[in-house]
Design a protein around this ligand. Structure first.
Ligand code: ARG
Length: 377
């Protein structure tokens, strides 16, 4: 049999083993899959296989510190969605369910997978379903999130126009095979955002920082048993350093450290005064404080590291080896104060898993997507 069958076999075997289901049932299922691959070069997962596969993909995500909760992932099967309208509805439903008014639920929505001939029924252009626009100015500076400049340009070429603030939520851009990409705005009542305020500094509050509640990665592919779910947006909840020490702090992102230092009256004359470090800690404090105050799920990096250590123990108890990418697992703030820093991890990638894939945006922008060319003004 072929490569796809081999991948299916190893996934199905894992599924029946972990679920403690009888070998006879497994053999029957494998036979079914073999017949399907012989006649149509592909096979379809049952809902239970999908549910298990997506959870294990999370468990296998080497870069994720939040894996303790892999088994509580909510898996939505949207393989029936075929029109742009259906897909939009499923995405709104995901955002609404995952947000849960702040009590964030880890969720993945699976759309139709890649076909046997390699074509994709559905693709999403966005890096995350909710993300702020970045508007490149004539002088080269950016208003908003510099990470979003390309997608923002693309949306504008499709006809979208944002307000031009630092925190405009981008529309979602999707493409159904055989059709041009389309965009739609997310109704604002579905988007939960948090004003970032500091418990002790009014000057900090003047910065007017804000961030959205739910990070929903939407450009990665979920591979289960050789089937590639090329549109499979998934979310957890934030760890405070992601927002505080990266999104707000990176010079290539919102670049707020000098402003935060100023708000706290820290001199930025000598870097040896540790003004950057102190500003980062104040940002972390403010992000934690604000999310908690608004009742939005968030975890600090110390607790997340402890939870990861617990995940390692549990996996060991189950006789499974935890793989990991140390460079990603350690938090960007005080890494050596967490247990992860002092351990080593094997960085091999198990399947099922989430993988990067060529982004639709790059393909459209760089190779000149014909649809894009035709609607370009
Ligand atoms: N680091 C990304 C961001 O700041 C989000 C990645 C996923 N994070 C998560 N906690 N599930 O937007």
């Amino acid at each position: 049999m072929n490569e796809l069958y081999n991948k299916a076999e190893s996934f199905i075997t894992q599924y029946y083993r972990e679920k403690k289901l009888p070998d006879s049932a497994r053999n029957k299922r494998l036979n079914e899959i073999k017949q399907s691959i012989l006649s149509s070069h592909t096979y379809e997962h049952t809902y239970d296989e999908l549910d298990f596969g997506a959870k294990v993909a999370w468990r296998n995500s080497n870069r994720c510190i939040g894996r303790l909760f892999w088994n509580s992932l909510n898996v939505f099967d949207a393989r029936e969605a075929s029109s742009a309208d259906d897909i939009r509805q499923s995405l709104f439903n995901h955002i609404d369910y995952a947000t849960n008014d702040g009590k964030i639920r880890s969720t993945v929505t699976l759309f139709k997978p890649r076909r046997a001939d390699g074509s994709d029924p559905v693709r999403i252009y966005n890096h995350q379903l909710i993300r702020y626009a970045g508007y490149r100015q004539k002088d080269g500076s950016v208003i908003g999130d510099p990470h979003s400049v390309e997608l923002t340009d693309f949306c504008e070429k499709l006809g979208w126009k944002g307000e031009g603030t630092s925190y405009d939520v981008l529309p979602i851009v999707i493409q159904v095979e055989g059709e041009p990409p389309v965009y739609f705005d997310i109704p604002s009542h579905l988007i939960k955002e948090v004003s970032i305020i500091h418990p002790e500094s009014d000057a900090f509050n003047e910065l007017g920082l804000r961030w959205y509640a739910v990070p929903i990665i939407s450009e990665m592919k979920l591979e289960i048993g050789g089937i590639e779910y090329v549109a499979a947006p998934f979310n957890g909840w934030y760890m405070e350093t992601e927002i505080a020490a990266r999104n707000f702090a990176d010079e290539e992102r919102y670049h707020q450290l000098p402003k935060v230092a100023e708000a706290f009256g820290l001199s930025t004359l000598y870097q040896s005064s540790m003004w950057k470090d102190r500003a980062i800690v104040e940002l972390c404090t403010a992000v934690m404080y604000s999310f908690k105050k608004e009742g939005v799920s968030i975890v600090d990096h110390h607790t997340a590291s402890q939870q990861f250590a617990m995940f390692e123990d549990r996996e060991k108890g189950e006789g499974r080896e935890v793989t990991g990418d140390w460079t990603w697992l350690i938090p960007p703030v005080s890494p050596a104060s967490t247990p992860i820093f002092h351990r080593q991890y094997e960085n091999t990638w198990k399947s099922p898993n989430f993988f990067y894939q060529p982004s639709m945006l790059d393909t459209a922008v760089k190779s000149g997507c014909p649809f894009f060319q035709s609607i370009k003004k």
